[in-house]
Design a protein around this ligand. Structure first.
Ligand SMILES: Cc1cc2nc3c(=O)[nH]c(=O)nc-3n(C[C@H](O)[C@H](O)[C@H](O)COP(=O)(O)O)c2cc1C
Length: 336
């Protein structure tokens, strides 16, 4: 699972326009990426059972989310590609977004990542793309941009096209509206003579004006942002961990806590008590030689400390910092 960017597409059509746009963004970033076609997995909608509340893990549904969830958590960039049946976001992409509810309880596991929204539709995907961008903001994910383009509208190829007044082509010609970025407006015959011929069928995203350029630009922007995050994270980690040499995880965490003030950790009245109780429970577990439980308490503590630290440095990738610290602490504890 050695990747930084995760791209998902909700289109069920093989190698669809949405797929190709998501892949184009991924290919234009230098970091390793993975593409997931949601229709090849069983990802059910959220059941609102709240089983995830304490653990930030969805345990209420037996499906492929168990495979996908760790990939989402690990990714530093999410490229989300949806399409729009009936003018709204498709159900697979929506189910995917719903299931990330499990990542937003005591800590926003997606905070600090970057995100990009891709939506294909025949007309006006902007509101749907806006919804995905709003989703990003709610998760603490920095939106890097969005691309809207036209996908394959089934009404051009279903066989009824120029006879069916319900479908897209005939009303399109009559009313003058066009699919997204439609390049052949000057070839369209009058409504009376209208027949679907290959030269007027909307082309794939590769032949729509500016779409691929937009996708390439977005991929490059994600890439440079991740690189900048990585540099910032290195500096922050060096600062946080410098001088923290103790082999005792509790001492190390206390030292980390002290240092976190450097980065503007703002305590309210309740937080120190809450954090201290984590530490006390960890100590008690250690006295009873319950290492697993002690580590869990320590990780909760570290997560809180570093998340709060990260609030002021979210722009620089606090989620990465949390992951690094978690690993460092777990390694240290294993080695002690
Ligand atoms: C069942 C269905 C309903 C659709 N409804 C709409 C719609 O309301 N508005 C729209 O702009 N496009 C609509 N479309 C067109 C899709 O948005 C288009 O097929 C999609 O962008 C395809 O992307 P793809 O090529 O990646 O599969 C519909 C397509 C299907 C199959």
């Amino acid at each position: 699972m050695n990747f930084l960017i995760l791209g998902v597409s909700g289109s069920p059509v093989p190698n669809s326009n949405t797929d190709r746009l998501v892949k184009c963004v991924l290919e234009n970033a230098v970091q390793k990426s993975e593409f997931v076609k949601l229709s090849q997995l069983d990802i059910q909608p959220c059941r609102a059972c709240l089983a995830c509340a304490r653990t930030n893990t969805c345990t209420g549904i037996e499906d492929d989310w168990r495979v996908l969830a760790p990939k989402v958590v690990k990714a530093q960039a999410l490229v989300i590609g949806g399409w729009m049946p009936f003018g709204i976001l498709d159900s697979r992409t929506k189910a995917f977004l719903e299931r990330t509810f499990s990542f937003r309880h005591s800590i926003l596991l997606n905070a600090g990542k970057v995100g990009a929204a891709i939506v294909t539709g025949t007309v006006n995907p902007d509101p749907v793309a806006d919804d995905i961008v709003e989703y990003f903001k709610g998760e603490g994910i920095r939106p890097m941009g969005r691309i809207v383009a036209s996908g394959i509208d089934p009404c051009w190829s279903c066989g009824l096209g120029d006879e069916c007044v319900q479908g897209t082509p005939v009303p399109m010609v009559r009313s003058g509206y066009r699919p997204m970025r439609y390049p052949y407006a000057d070839r369209l015959p009058s409504a009376d003579e209208f027949r679907i011929t290959p030269d007027i069928v909307p082309p794939g995203v590769e032949n729509q004006e500016g779409v691929i350029e937009d996708a390439r630009r977005l991929g490059k922007l994600i890439s440079t942002t991740l690189k900048r995050d990585e540099e910032a994270r290195t500096v922050l980690l060096e600062n946080l961990l410098s001088g923290v040499t103790s082999k005792n995880p509790i001492e190390m965490l206390l030292a980390l806590t002290e240092k976190s003030h450097l980065f503007g950790w703002i305590l309210n009245e309740h937080e120190p008590a809450k954090l201290l109780s984590n530490l006390k429970r960890a100590e008690a577990h250690m006295e009873r030689d319950e290492k697993g439980e002690a580590v869990q308490e320590l990780l909760m503590f570290a997560r809180e400390v570093l998340y709060r630290t990260g609030i002021s440095i979210r722009e620089n990738g606090s989620a990465l910092l949390v992951q690094e610290a978690r690993k460092a602490i777990a390694d240290l504890y294993e080695g002690s």
